[in-house]
Design a protein around this ligand. Structure first.
Ligand SMILES: [Zn+2]
Length: 233
């Protein structure tokens, strides 16, 4: 069991420790995929289980990233106590060292993060220029003959209309409607593809888990445990 009072001789993380933490993150992702997927078979609201698993998954990934800093021998400010640092404290101690001139080391990502990255990077949506890029102003004038102060409408592919929404010409409005419909269709498709990606992964994990339960020599005898607890209908 964890011994929070363990005295810290030095900050360390072995390659074996990193590998097992990586597997822990992967197993938690598997748990989340299964907790979502099992609702097809079990008529229960599993919101609490899923949000708990999500929270603990974030904590585990944070531990992996902190351990990866230790393993890379990232410079750390002196610890505030003689006991093991929490992951957050490792990040803070490294940042403090960087502020004092140490080389910045990037924490590594656990393998499980690749799954989220694949979902996020599926396809960028063309919903306007990057934040911070200036947008052209509407070229129309208001009824008071002053220049309209609204920004021009984005039409996709890096092109802006000459006008804001209320001053769009009929041609611009058709183009804007077309762009908006295309974005909506793309978003629907990406959501659908994301759901399929998750469902495929959950199916693979489920098969793997079922196979593991049949395998001899697992660390706990699940067959005997089930026989003890009686039959399920
Ligand atoms: Zn305008």
């Amino acid at each position: 069991m964890s011994d929070p009072s363990a005295l810290r001789s030095e900050d360390f993380a072995t390659p074996d420790g990193i590998e097992v933490l990586d597997q822990l993150c992967l197993t938690l992702l598997e748990c989340l995929l299964i907790a979502n997927d099992v609702q097809r078979d079990v008529g229960l609201n599993l919101d609490e289980l899923i949000s708990g698993l999500s929270a603990i998954q974030n904590t585990a990934r944070s531990a992996f990233r902190a351990a990866s800093l230790l393993n890379q021998r990232a410079e750390l400010e002196v610890a505030w106590s003689d006991y093991f640092s929490r992951p957050k404290a490792i990040f803070a101690r490294h940042h403090a060292a960087v502020r004092s001139g140490a080389r910045m080391v990037r924490p590594r990502e656990p393998a499980a993060s690749l799954f989220d990255a694949e979902l996020d990077d599926a396809m960028p949506i063309d919903d306007g220029p990057q934040v911070g890029t200036p947008r052209p102003a509407c070229t129309s004038a208001t009824k008071a003959k002053r220049a309209c102060s609204n920004t021009a409408i984005y039409l996709g592919s890096g092109v802006f209309a000459q006008h804001c929404y209320s001053h769009l010409t009929a041609v611009e409005r058709r183009r804007f409607d077309k762009h908006r419909d295309e974005i909506a269709a793309l978003e629907d498709r990406l959501l659908e593809e994301g759901a399929q990606h998750i469902a495929r992964a959950a199916e693979l994990v489920r098969l793997e888990w079922q196979r593991k339960r049949q395998t001899d020599g697992t660390w706990i005898d699940t067959q005997a445990a089930w026989q003890r607890s009686g039959e399920f209908q």
